[in-house]
Design a protein around this ligand. Sequence first.
Ligand code: GCO
Ligand code: MG
Length: 404
Amino acid sequence: MKIVDAKVVVTSPGRNFVTLKLTTDEGLTGLGDATLNGRELAVVSYLADHVVPLLTGLDPHRVEDTWQSLYRGAYWRRGPVTMAAIAAVDVALWDIKAKAAGLPLYQLLGGASRERIGTYGHANGRDIPELLDSVRARLAEGYPAVRIQSGIPGLKAVYGVSDTDESGAPVLHQQARPLVEDWDTAAYLRHVPAVFEAVRAEFGPELPLLHDSHHRLTPVQAARLGKDLEPFRPFWLEDCTPAENQEALRLVRRSTTTPLAVGEVFNTVYDYQALITEQLIDYVRSAVTHFGGVTPLRKLFDFAAQYQIKSAIHGPEDISPVGMAAAVHLDLAVHNFGIQEFSGHTPLTDEVFRHAYTFTDGHLHPGEAPGIGVELDEELAAAHPYAPAYLPVNRLHDGTVHDW
Ligand code: GCO
Ligand code: MG
């Protein structure tokens, strides 16, 4: 079997998604997600200009060899643009291989290690009462665990919580120039324990509660927050510091027993080395889409498993259903699965990317369709072209740009 066609499809059914579609001489097709939120067209160029020309004529069964040649052969290794492009190729090849075998991808990864995949959903509120309503809405949808994010008194616009639609989902301010939001770490550190206290008081001790600090704290601030949250037994504190400084997590870890989750912006195992071998974290958060695909993410999970660290794949709306499908197959197969983030997509997005995975009672299952189980409606995709969209930036009251 040979690859005879490779094309990159950009579509925006509500937000931008980049998809690679490979076709073989036997008529099999494979899809891979290459969506890098806010920097989509850089990956389109990397794929179209530098990868697609190398793919025609290749044997699609050679997944590992293709991965190694794209990673090592470029000379320039790592980085989110490179790794998102390689991820799309890797997932499209796995999709073809599994279709050729007539099996859902999870069977090729060792088969199911569980019946279904536990998820967490996002609860957001401009203030605590609105957050409590949002938690209630997520529980009514069946989510077994909830990430809680709240507006902060004194701050006008906080990422993901300043505006919510009727369903409580955040309006992410995707627009042609980045929206400027404000930030005050001291106000945040005062407020978050009160948020946890209110949610625990309303929903009791059993509900798993997660919280995301979006890389905004220094190590000592993160240590303080981890300690302050301990009485409320969080499921995890996510991205408490900008973790490309892996040493920061040593200080946090020494100071608190609050579990730590890190890695949604990482793109190779080298970003994690100290974090894993020194057991500084509890969950690895990388997405198939940003980590070079199923091939390296499986290796990361196996490495993490040696240290009792679990998987927790990044799953916001900006991972396309193609990336989500690949994640769900991996989640079902790996032994050290922890939890899967799942926000779902708009009905239009689910029409553009018809998928076999299901979300029932707060749990995902990849389904039994051969491959990753996603079909792209190219006509509908073309009817919703790319629109420039940036994530917001974050400034202190004096105008200083702050960490994301
Ligand atoms: C998460 C993430 C998202 C990101 C978004 C940026 O944990 O789901 O932090 O909220 O901000 O994916 O593209
Ligand atoms: Mg996050």
